[in-house]
Design a protein around this ligand. Sequence first.
Ligand code: MLT
Ligand code: MN
Ligand code: ZN
Length: 300
Amino acid sequence: MLLQVLGTAAGGGLPQWNCACPGCTGARAHPERRRRHASLAVRVGERRWYVVNATPDIGEQIEGATELHPGPGARQTPVAGVVLTDAELDHTLGIARLREARDGVDVVGTSPVLDAVRERLGLDAVLGPYTPVRWRELPGGAGRPLDGESGITVSAVPLSAKKPRYAANSPDSSGYWSVALRLHDSGTGRTLLYAPALAVWSDAFDEAAHDADCVFVDGTFWDDEEPLRSGFSTRTATGMGHLPITGPGGSADRLARLPGRCLYTHLNNTNPLGDPHAEQHKLLTERGIEVAAERMVIEL
Ligand code: MLT
Ligand code: MN
Ligand code: ZN
């Protein structure tokens, strides 16, 4: 399985357009610190890729990855579709940017997530006149083939019932609002687990994480108080549905016990890890945990 990291930041990106926090100011001064919204491309065949989460940066993210460039025919794209982990705006607004797709686009997501983007965001009615969107349900359990004969299956590991604010009054309260994606390649036997929003380290997630060869995990906040301390929120990290990296029950201790390769993604602009010189990196290095880098390529 070939993976191309397209972005590693939480909502807003790094820097965020209206933010002058130390992290965003640092990224303006040091362009190598810039991070686009968290996303990943997965190869499913010869010049055929799916993008995990469609961010507001998707156009630039495709431009930044030569494997995703169009051709040889005019308007012929290797981007076959999108797989969603949740319906949050930072993971779904990019679907609208794919409206030029000549042959339409597949959007794979769990049923509450597809309902939210189709009906609440209105993307079904809005995109219909531009391009055919094929909405495909993402199941739990054994999952479904991601793309024809690729040998890659995708399934959802339910994580939490946290809904995007624009869908707060939805009657659905299943754990399929926010899921981890489990991508399994039957050709190599390798498994990727991708969880950019992890509210709780559940037993089911722990089991899936132990089975995976590579795990991308929610690295939004370094500690639980970070959003309060930075002054941009009245909620803790946990209160916002993001298990912090450190502190009681933090994800770093859990990741250190996993057999596979572990990387943090979805870093908020307040996260000290955005500064490559921050002392916090030492704690992760000691535990064998990585911070996903922009445009990194992983061959699983
Ligand atoms: C999140 O990661 O919690 C969401 O993206 C928050 C938001 O954008 O409102
Ligand atoms: Mn987010
Ligand atoms: Zn900022």
